[in-house]
Design a protein around this ligand. Sequence first.
Ligand SMILES: Nc1ncnc2c1ncn2[C@@H]1O[C@H](COP(=O)(O)OP(=O)(O)OP(=O)(O)O)[C@@H](O)[C@H]1O
Length: 233
Amino acid sequence: MAVIQAEHLAREYVMGKNVIRAVDDISFTIQEGTYTMILGASGAGKSTVLNLLGGMDSPTSGSLRINGRDIARFNKRQLAEYRRNSIGFVFQFYNLMPNLTMRENVELASQICKDPLDAQETLELVGLGERSSNFPSQCSGGEQQRGAIARALAKNPAILLCDEPTGALDYKTGKAILALLYDLCKKSGKTVIVVTHNGALAPTADVLIRMKSGRIESYEENPAPVPVQELEW
Ligand SMILES: Nc1ncnc2c1ncn2[C@@H]1O[C@H](COP(=O)(O)OP(=O)(O)OP(=O)(O)O)[C@@H](O)[C@H]1O
């Protein structure tokens, strides 16, 4: 089943007399449970696409159907509800609350949505069960990112959006985080979308969308993705 259907999606920004087409008339479909990678150089429009998918921004034109509902037509209240219940977000810099423990950070997210998962169980799922009483400052970068993934997952969202999730991590830890995301995608059946500028990761995705200057340069489906742990770059 198609969970995401974008048709002629565009997002323009007006900067004085200039119009920047950050996303320039793109169409694509993503099936439920796929691990999709959006690849492109800086300024290609990756974050703008992610922000549109996450309901944090609205397109200038086009449609964006998520499970059949066109979120491009949503008003502010509908978008807020969509962000709350349907989307989990993982950022480059974790964005955990420093004065809350890992478990409290996860609970904070799960408390605001309709159908959350148990916080402790979710922490265990990402390999952080032993760290649930620690504050973020007492955890490594990789552990903090696991905490952020648990926080996103505990909302039990349909789609997990990850913006450069390994950007602040060392090579080995970054690989482990990507392996975890792939594993969660396959085990939970969640649709996972990872944005990156690292072309070496291309063989690891079920679906690879290459972006350039706001457009889709290529869309490739890979029936046999390579486990990230087997790749070297
Ligand atoms: N709020 C905004 N106002 C004006 N221009 C913007 C805005 N957001 C993005 N842009 C422009 O749109 C284009 C695409 O930006 P975007 O952040 O989506 O690219 P990106 O591929 O995610 O880049 P990066 O890898 O550097 O994050 C860029 O030219 C950027 O300057």
